[in-house]
Design a protein around this ligand. Structure first.
Ligand SMILES: Nc1ncnc2c1ncn2[C@@H]1O[C@H](COP(=O)(O)OP(=O)(O)OP(=O)(O)O)[C@@H](O)[C@H]1O
Ligand SMILES: [Mg+2]
Length: 430
């Protein structure tokens, strides 16, 4: 194998009709490995052979006779070797294929790509929630002249999705040559900034007026501060032809000089209604049987993280084929909110021993103190009780959480918390 082909063994799940074979042909296929025959084909075999082989493989996987059916909507798994630079494109094409095929009856084969990828929005306008941020991005997508951007916010709220969609809308067919995407899995030390990023910034690409090349630095908070320092001047020198889009979870991990060169777009956790809307869309598209309480439970476990919500939906569906509260909490393996709610009620109504035995049950089931205390906090936040008492409860829970984070996550710690909550109740009554 020649050294030019660095990226090998990319496993691709092909999920499309045979008409879509051109998508595969477009990539510079290096080798293709049949999982069934344990046989490698390389580029010397020519495309036609690979194509025929793919056709057979796909037809085989679907158990159909190619001549009769035309083989549409079949699933096959092949490993392909792809030149390193083309790997990003594979991801994107795969996304496009999956969007195109989401309405087909592929799920019956039980071999699916994750729904988070299948339903990743490809247009900025399809991104749910964060209305202000999304409308700002929509204006940029329409008018061009993208400023340097930092997208900051909690995980699973649509930062990467927004940047990719924005870059696609801005650059359309030029995406491949005008976008450089680097994430935390790529080496992004100072050398890469000096060489790869600078070289890309210097590259000449003909684009329509008002459009610029885009360098996407995903998970930018994991870049060393040395590498960020090295970016400063590059950002300025090439600003007439290249713009940067950074995505990160905590904007404070981006050094100040970079922050001052960028427009900050903040993403926040998604609201329950926003997640519910999206869950319903996905559940309907995948014909998932659910009851409203099931979706509520998913929303509770996801806590504003759309990725988590979709993953939990898929996991529950895969495990039980039916989404109700019970199944969701079994799959997600979090303390059952009703159980925790009972515990809080026992404390408030003065049954301390019962509260403690409820806690013991949870502890014995193997839930970690962090699991228990985060659920407890969420329950307290929404519990119907006197304002004063709620504030006291939240304060004490916060302190206990802090001590658990410091490493003292014992049963005693949690019992101590319950007793403090009980004392708060007694004081409130007195
Ligand atoms: N606002 C949203 N609207 C619709 N789908 C979303 C949204 N946010 C997240 N998703 C879903 O969750 C998946 C992950 O989103 P994305 O990669 O954009 O998260 P992120 O904000 O970049 O998170 P991280 O900080 O972990 O990188 C997407 O593929 C999409 O299916
Ligand atoms: Mg991301």
């Amino acid at each position: 194998m020649s050294e030019r082909w660095l990226f090998t063994g990319f496993r691709l799940i092909v999920e499309m009709g045979l008409d879509d074979l051109f998508v595969i042909k477009k990539w510079n296929l290096f080798w293709l490995r049949s999982e069934r025959e344990s046989k490698d084909y390389n580029s010397n075999d020519g495309f036609s052979l690979i194509e025929v082989h793919l056709q057979n493989l796909m037809a085989d996987a679907a158990g159909v006779n190619l001549d009769e059916s035309g083989g549409s909507g079949v699933v096959a798994e092949v490993s392909v070797g792809i030149q390193e630079e083309e790997a990003t494109e594979v991801e994107i094409c795969r996304r496009e294929i999956s969007m195109a095929s989401s309405s087909s009856s592929l799920s019956s084969h039980g071999y699916e790509i994750p729904w988070v990828e299948k339903f990743r929005p490809t247009k900025v306008k399809d991104i749910v929630g964060n209305a202000d941020a999304v409308s700002r991005l929509q204006v940029i997508a329409r008018d061009g002249n993208m400023p340097n951007l930092i997208l900051a916010g909690p995980p699973g709220t649509g930062k990467t999705t927004s940047i990719l969609a924005l870059a696609h809308e801005l650059l359309g067919p030029n995406y491949k040559e005008a976008v450089l995407e680097l994430n935390a899995s790529d080496d992004r030390g100072i050398d890469v900034v000096r060489n790869k990023i600078k070289m890309f910034a210097q590259k000449k690409v003909t684009l329509p007026a008002g459009r610029h090349k885009v360098i996407i630095l995903d998970e930018a908070d994991s870049m060393t501060s040395g590498a960020q320092q090295a970016l400063r001047r590059t950002m300025e020198i090439y600003s007439n032809s290249t713009r940067f889009a950074l995505a990160c979870n905590t904007s404070s991990k981006i050094i100040e000089p970079i922050q001052s060169r960028c427009a900050l777009v903040r993403f926040s956790r998604l609201s329950d209604d926003e997640i519910l809307g999206r869950l319903k869309v996905v559940a309907d598209a995948e014909k998932v049987a659910y009851v409203p309480e099931g979706l509520e439970a998913i929303i509770f476990t996801a806590d504003g993280d759309m990725r988590q919500a979709l993953n939990n939906l898929q996991a529950t569906y895969a495990g039980f084929r039916f989404v109700n509260q019970e199944n969701v909490f079994k799959v997600c393996d979090q303390p059952h909110p009703l159980h925790v709610k009972n515990m809080v009620r026992n404390v408030i109504e003065g049954r301390f021993d019962d509260a403690c035995s409820g806690l013991k049950q949870l502890y014995d089931l193997g839930y970690s103190p962090t699991d228990i205390i985060t659920t407890l906090f969420r329950i307290i936040k929404n519990y119907d009780m006197a304002e004063y008492l709620k504030l006291e409860f939240m304060k004490e829970t916060g302190f206990a959480h802090m001590r658990i984070c410091d490493g003292v996550g014992s049963y005693l710690q949690l019992c101590g918390l319950l007793s403090k909550l009980s004392i708060a109740c007694l004081t409130a009554k007195a």
